[in-house]
Design a protein around this ligand. Structure first.
Ligand code: AMP
Length: 593
């Protein structure tokens, strides 16, 4: 196994990283450090946050800089102020034992005059967000003429955030003979173009792609009724007393609500969302970073700049629509060689999303049961006992009080003392969970993810709604093909479909109102040409034939649909006449004209 000592780093740096507890280089460091120290040329590294990339470029840069020189020798560009600060802090830690190594971060949103002063120390390494760097460069406060190393960190994020033009300006402002190191989690065409245009003979390495980075993550989901999400969240948190987690919500409003409820219920939580001022956001992030907060409830956008590497859990209060967002969220746990858990709280209709995510990230989700009240009481109790066993007894300080305490408890046996001490903590949870209901939706073994039930569920009673699918006689639709299309796409044979009326361009069918959304969502999730839409309510009792709303359908459906059976007979005749036409093998649902 490679050792840091073998990589040619400065001895002061070796001392610092030993103090930080780094035992051996991470894979990206094994590759990038010797490359920078011993070879020439540019580098394109496919690597995401959490792989150790900051040290991978930071340690050799610190080794390479000439601390006797008072000008910028290495420029590191990062997309956000938070990442900028983080990189600078990491580098300062690595440089603790170096004399005269100066690292300064500059970023937007901070008073530029304050940054003038920081720049006065004449750093050798400047960490910057692109916009602020250009501003300072234009004002003549930053000179890039001596830059020998240019690092583009999270290059894909920089492009996503609209820094493309700024990046090009900077790339044109630094000396041609510098070495460029580009780090990116993904490799969109635009990055490849930048590499092509501004880098020479770049060596490419890939370490831990975004999905592989989540190797250490277990994906778990809990299924509850939508209205019981919050109760489920509380149980999950209570079951994990040492949790250090981000709870992701969809909207600012939901973020505020969940965080407020958690705080009111006595949890160590706070919210991070776009309605907060920059100062408030910084404050919350700092509290979370130093673990003064255990739970951060956040929107995806607000959490973007927060880089915390040792989360125990990521909780999806709602599943995101975009799988990439899920991957991003879950990739925030299980970093730096630790195991992490990505939890999703879903309701029954979201099962399909789970399957889609499983398919894309190529990992199985495990369905877990929401703990019962008694499980939580037990977990909390043993957590307390463990804490008691591990507590550091401060003899010196408490010795003076102990004789009084012993005397006061003299009349109690050891068992009684334990019983009371245990009750002290246990009662709190017992009071809350004594009559707590089971939040788990009944297990349906033949309706679990990935399996289809063999039989149709018995018909439910209730309001039915009318839906329209864009498959009709024109596409040779029959009731059987319509049923199998809906079954295939919803993957749920319990959906009861009735009164199928095939029209020229589409087919009407009934479903129970409480299953309509599931059908809509399934078709939406599937994408592609097949679409369904809700066209109205239908009251079976009235036995009124359904008449499509001509305005909705652009008048495409003629009046004959007042009598759908007659229309169907008519279409059947037409179709029969067409049956002899050859079928286009690429589009079997279409007949050649
Ligand atoms: P990064 O990808 O740079 O955000 O690093 C992820 C985390 O890994 C940070 O918390 C680093 O402090 C930590 N780290 C980096 N290199 C090592 C190493 N060789 N051993 C242990 N931890 C490391």
């Amino acid at each position: 196994m490679t050792k840091f000592e073998d990589l040619g780093l400065r001895p002061e740096i070796l001392t610092a990283i030993t103090e930080l507890g780094y035992e051996s280089p991470m894979p990206i460091q094994e590759q990038v450090i010797p490359f920078l120290l011993e070879q020439e040329g540019d580098l394109v590294a496919l690597a995401q946050t959490g792989t150790g990339k900051t040290a991978a470029f930071g340690l050799p840069l610190l080794t390479k800089i000439d601390t006797a020189q008072q000008h910028i020798q290495a420029l590191i560009l990062s997309p956000t102020r938070e990442l900028c600060i983080q990189i600078a802090n990491d580098l300062k830690h690595y440089a603790t034992h170096m004399t005269n190594a100066k690292i300064v971060p500059v970023y937007g949103g901070e008073n530029i005059v304050t940054q003038y002063k920081q720049l006065d120390i004449q750093p050798q390494i400047l960490v910057a967000t692109p916009g602020r760097l250009i501003d300072l460069n234009k004002r003549g406060k930053v000179h890039l003429g001596n830059v020998r190393y240019l690092v583009l960190d999270e290059a894909d994020e920089m492009l996503d955030m609209g820094f493309k033009d700024d990046l090009e300006t900077i790339l044109q402002s630094v000396p041609d003979e510098r070495r460029t190191l580009l780090f990116s989690a993904t490799m969109p065409n635009e990055i490849a173009r930048i590499a092509q245009q501004y880098m020479t003979d770049a060596t490419e390495i890939a370490v831990g792609t975004r999905n592989a980075g989540a190797e250490n993550v277990d994906h778990i989901y809990y299924m509850v009724q939508a209205k019981q999400r919050y109760l489920a969240l509380k149980r999950i948190v209570d079951m994990n007393p040492d949790i250090y987690a981000i709870v992701f919500c969809r909207t600012r409003q939901e973020t505020k609500e969940v965080a407020d409820k958690l705080m009111t219920d006595g949890y160590n939580a706070d919210a991070l969302h776009g309605d907060l001022s920059q100062a408030q956001r910084d404050n919350v992030m700092n509290k979370f970073r130093i673990r003064h907060l255990q739970i951060l409830v956040a929107t995806d956008v607000a959490a973007r700049g927060l880089d915390v590497s040792d989360l125990t859990h990521v909780i999806n209060y709602n599943l995101p629509d975009d799988v990439e967002v899920y991957t991003h969220r879950s990739g925030r746990t299980g970093r730096a060689g630790k195991r992490g858990v990505s939890i999703s709280i879903v309701h029954q209709r979201e099962q399909r999303k789970i399957r889609t995510i499983e398919h894309i990230i190529k990992k199985k989700f495990e369905r877990a049961r929401i703990p019962l009240g008694i499980d939580i009481c037990k977990r909390q109790l043993f957590h307390l006992i463990e804490r008691m066993e591990q507590v550091q007894v401060n003899d010196e300080q408490i010795d003076q009080f102990l004789p009084h305490v012993f005397k006061k408890l003299d009349y109690l046996s050891k068992e009684d003392v334990i019983r009371r001490f245990v009750s002290l903590e246990f009662n709190r949870f017992l009071d809350y969970y004594r009559d707590a209901e089971d939040l788990n939706l009944p297990e349906k073994s033949n309706n679990e993810i990935g399996t289809k039930s063999k039989t149709r569920a018995p018909k439910k009673r209730g309001q039915r709604v009318r839906m329209l699918i864009n498959l009709g006689f024109r596409h040779n639709a029959t009731p059987r093909t319509i049923l199998s299309a809906i079954n295939d796409i919803t993957n749920d044979r319990t959906i009861s479909i009735g009164d199928i009326e095939i029209a020229q361009r589409g087919t009407y069918f009934d479903v129970y109102a409480d299953q309509a959304n599931q059908v809509l969502e399934a078709f939406e999730a599937r994408g592609g040409k097949l679409t369904v839409e809700l066209v109205g309510k239908r009251d079976k009792q009235d036995n009124v034939p359904f008449r499509p709303d001509k305005q909705r359908t652009g008048g495409k459906y003629p009046d004959k649909f007042d009598n759908p059976k007659a229309a169907q007979r008519y279409e059947n005749r037409r179709r029969k006449q067409q049956d002899d036409r050859p079928v286009n093998p690429d589009k079997p649902w279409r007949r050649r004209r």
